[in-house]
Ligand binder design. Sequence first.
Ligand SMILES: Nc1ncnc2c1ncn2[C@@H]1O[C@H](COP(=O)(O)OP(=O)(O)O)[C@@H](O)[C@H]1O
Ligand SMILES: CC(C)(COP(=O)(O)O)[C@@H](O)C(=O)NCCC(=O)O
Length: 330
Amino acid sequence: MPRMPSGDHPIGANGHSERESSPYVELDRSAWASLAEEVEDPLSEGEVERLRGLGDYLDLEEVRQVYLPLSRLLSLRVDAAERLHREQEGFLHRPQPPRTPFVIGLAGSVAVGKSTTARVLQQMLAHWPAHPNVVLVTTDGFLLPTAELDRRGLLHRKGFPESYDRKALLRFVIAIKSGRDEVMAPVYDHLTYDIVPGEHVVVRQPDIVIIEGLNVLQPARVREDGRAGLALSDFFDFSVYVDAATSDIRQWYVERFLRLRETAFRDPASYFTRYAALSREQAVETAEQIWDSINGPNLVQNILPTRGRADLVLRKDRDHSVRYVRLRKL
Ligand SMILES: Nc1ncnc2c1ncn2[C@@H]1O[C@H](COP(=O)(O)OP(=O)(O)O)[C@@H](O)[C@H]1O
Ligand SMILES: CC(C)(COP(=O)(O)O)[C@@H](O)C(=O)NCCC(=O)O
């Protein structure tokens, strides 16, 4: 019996599903994973092991079967962009300035696994010789400082589009895609739950920039005069949306909160240090309350509606394994 991954169209014998009326092609897990056999793993065994050290639990088979083909696909797109750039510059009779960095937007809910995915991709992409300098930037650096959120009555809307300095974020991406040698981004500290005053990360001549955040696929804002401005994604060369059932993401959020209660919240400098003293039951209740009042509504109202704008959707199952990959047709 063919499986129906997204409702209405069967996956064929080769694991591909494609309807003429849809701009996407879907590959089920086995079809996607079989691509890994054709790709040489750029990471040594030790490096793959070390990927585990980057985050919490990471299934190394999953890294090989899912993230290796994804990094290869991205690498193909980077190479193709380089070729297109050369041809276009030749056509324009221009002096062939270097190509601007390839920018990948990585979107999805709080706790869906964006950071984990971004770090794995960064490591893998950096190993393909054509583009060794892969920089990862998270959009939390562009959140408004806590005092400003307070002033605007947005303390309980952290992560919503309006809680960011959207102009600064757009300027940052434009600077990257203008080919500037050095671009700076502000820094957010999860411990103090605030922007670090005066601190910046400096992005220097990257080959690839991964911009990871909840709202990176938000459409352009419509201004008062009725005209739409530019969207961040207008400057993306490729975008990925990490997707899962909302009930699973909520569960992952609660589990991560419980782990943080055992670790980071114990630090007296932590904004959430008061949560360290909660019983397990109280901690679950607190996490669920934060999810149900902030992160859940943000997912439904703002983030999920941007899924269709992504070039590629990674759909995860309850155990974090990727069930299918949906790719926009070229
Ligand atoms: N591929 C994966 N395998 C196992 N656990 C994962 C995977 N991706 C994410 N997680 C877990 O899910 C939780 C949320 O992931 P994280 O990357 O921190 O999410 P986000 O950056 O989207 O908030 C973390 O506890 C993380 O360990
Ligand atoms: C910092 C975040 C807004 C995510 O930022 P991003 O890097 O995706 O822009 C989010 O992780 C967060 O802290 N949300 C506030 C609600 C909460 O504490 O869960």
